[in-house]
Design a protein around this ligand. Sequence first.
Ligand SMILES: [Zn+2]
Length: 328
Amino acid sequence: MMAMGPVMVILGVIVFLIGAVVGSFLNVCIYRLPWEKSVIWPASHCPRCWNAIAAYDNIPILGWLILRGRCRRCGLSISPRYPLVEFLVGLLFVAVFVVDVVYGPRGRYGYDIGLPLATFFYHAFLVALLVAATFIDYDLYVIPDSITVTGMIVGIAGGWLVPAIRLTPSTAESHWEGLAVGLVGLLVGGGLMEAVRRLANLVATTIVSLVNHRYCRVEAMGFGDVTLMAMIGAFLGWQAAVLTFFIGPFFGLGTAIVKIFNKYRKLLGGRKLSAVDREVPFGPYLCAGALALVLSWRWLWPGWAAGIFDTLRWIFWYFLNVDAGPSV
Ligand SMILES: [Zn+2]
């Protein structure tokens, strides 16, 4: 392990650079995908003077710093969010690399680097999708299908091609088991979210209709959250999807309380609601929950989560009056 130190540092730098380049591409996705524009054509350009951004100005993070955040031709300011997203994705990729490769399952798989690397790429792909979904949902209260459907396909295909790519207890022994784990994760994640979405929409519709003395259909939660949770389940398995669902709201509690308070204050005061009042983007917090699980699962599952699921399973079977099965 000690001898591996310098090698790991060099690899870490390379992984950061890969992350920054991916972040640069995600910036394009965040800006264009919601409008169903091509992410490949045309090349990045200034939205005001239409000046194509030169390759040397388009270097992740550095390009923005060299230009000091302004278009080289017309001086239009470029949001600091671009380099920040690049930096963030670089850091997240390094974090996933540390968790999956440096602290990877060396004992179990010897010095075979193949599986830890596969798991790293699998998780890095998910992280990239989560970052894109977070910023698009935050900006526009939508999560494009192009992100979540891509994620469902890659999540399921990855588990099918490399059955051992997921962490315990979702590690599979065969291709078909890997496929099944992904499909179950997709259905549980999406199904749970869909149930909650219907309930939330019913409650919101009832409250707003009562306040307005007429039927007003309110969409409290969008279908994007459902496909997002299906994607998370397809990648991480159903247990992680369930936990994401419970952890996510903690990340968003503050924002949500303020927004809901403002919304009902305006409603009761008879004022008009703006889009900002109506919706709490749930996606970013689900993404944050899933990210936290990707980074902590190796320790969280054996240390805490397995016990919870074991208890839940025991309660479930107890109420069905059946003997609890063997413990996890
Ligand atoms: Zn310009």
